[in-house]
Design a protein around this ligand. Structure first.
Ligand SMILES: Cc1ncc(COP(=O)(O)O)c(C=O)c1O
Length: 318
């Protein structure tokens, strides 16, 4: 088992509110994982508690990761590495923009070494490019540690297993009847599902996709659970039917917001809670729309953060 570093501000609060302008007659519980820290806000820091503990145990001194230009995972990784004095490298999907905004501005302030690959190049050659970087840094005397996109593997997911432990009592005693989160790289969902299984939480866990397909994530989430179960040395007999993924809220594609989503973000902001346009905005909108079908009465939404990418989407809010 990996002893996690203590990096996030935890436990995060759970807020319960009426939002009749968005969803009448239902109180929504919101797990405020957007409050895991200022510069470390969001879900990624919980995964990094385990991933960086593993890197430290293995005496690695150079973290290499990858993701989209406005990746919250990359910003959180660059931040933590800056505080720990570890070299941090990221491979980003897309051309370098003219101005640094949102997460990318922070990545650069934290001194991250950033490499940009055109979207097509990134899709085709990312893994090879990372391998070349690994060899290059080894030659320079570093011991690199690779973290996958979104920190989603069997180690990172343990952060969300722990998050479920943190809220299991609340969910049970408040009679929560449905749990919702965004699915971007699958680690958060996989961790929550393992926690649900291990801590006896009965409410169904729904993952709203913001990218890819249900088939893709069914396979990826199962894979992550298998990896975690090896690390935990525990058999996790989670039935495939327990993986409840919902498609239909991606819009035109990953990172492309749509008017109904922006409307929900604006309405929730009037209550002092800010969602992001890439992950939580789509997931929250999906949760609201699915009410008619799923007939839940007392849901909890896992607010996984993402505040900084909002500043790269200014035009969507004009
Ligand atoms: C703000 C935010 N919410 C949700 C997610 C989705 O989590 P996961 O990648 O673990 O599926 C991500 C990252 O992908 C994220 O940055």
């Amino acid at each position: 088992m990996i002893e996690p570093l203590q990096l996030a501000q935890k436990p995060t609060p759970i807020q319960c509110l009426d939002i009749p302008s968005i969803i009448p007659d239902v109180k929504i519980h919101i797990k405020r994982d957007d409050l895991t820290g200022l510069l470390s806000s969001g879900n990624k820091i919980r995964k990094l508690e385990y991933l960086l503990a593993d890197a430290k145990n293995k005496k690695c001194d150079c973290i290499i990761t990858a993701g989209p230009i406005q990746s919250n995972h990359i910003r959180t990784t660059m931040y933590v590495c800056a505080t720990m004095g570890i070299k941090a490298v990221a491979v980003l999907a897309g051309k370098p923009p003219k101005t640094l905004e949102g997460n990318l501005l922070l990545d650069s302030l934290f001194g991250g070494e950033l490499y940009f690959l055109d979207k097509e190049e990134y899709d085709k050659m990312k893994d090879g490019f990372i391998q070349e970087l690994t060899i290059k840094f080894r030659k320079q005397g570093y011991k690199p540690y690779l973290i996958p996109t979104g920190g989603s593997n069997g180690i990172g997911a343990l952060g969300y297993l722990a998050a479920m432990e943190e809220m299991a009592h609340y969910i049970k005693t408040s009679a929560v009847d449905a749990i919702f989160c965004a699915v971007g790289s699958g680690g958060t969902y996989a961790g929550l599902l393992m926690g649900k299984y291990l801590f006896g939480v009965e409410a169904p866990l729904y993952g709203i996709l913001v990218d890819e397909t249900i088939e893709y994530f069914q396979a990826k989430i199962k894979n992550i659970i298998n990896e975690s179960s090896t690390i935990l040395e525990k058999k996790l007999a989670i039935d495939d039917n327990e993986i409840k993924l919902i498609n239909g809220y991606i819009g035109e594609g990953y990172g492309i917001p749509y008017p109904e989503e922006i409307e929900v973000i604006k309405k929730l902001a009037l209550k002092g809670i800010v969602l992001d346009p890439v992950y939580t905005g789509k997931a929250f909108y999906g949760m609201v729309k699915e009410r008619a079908r799923l007939d839940y009465h007392n849901p909890i939404f896992i607010h996984t953060g993402g505040i900084f990418s909002l500043f790269a989407y200014k035009e969507s809010f004009c």
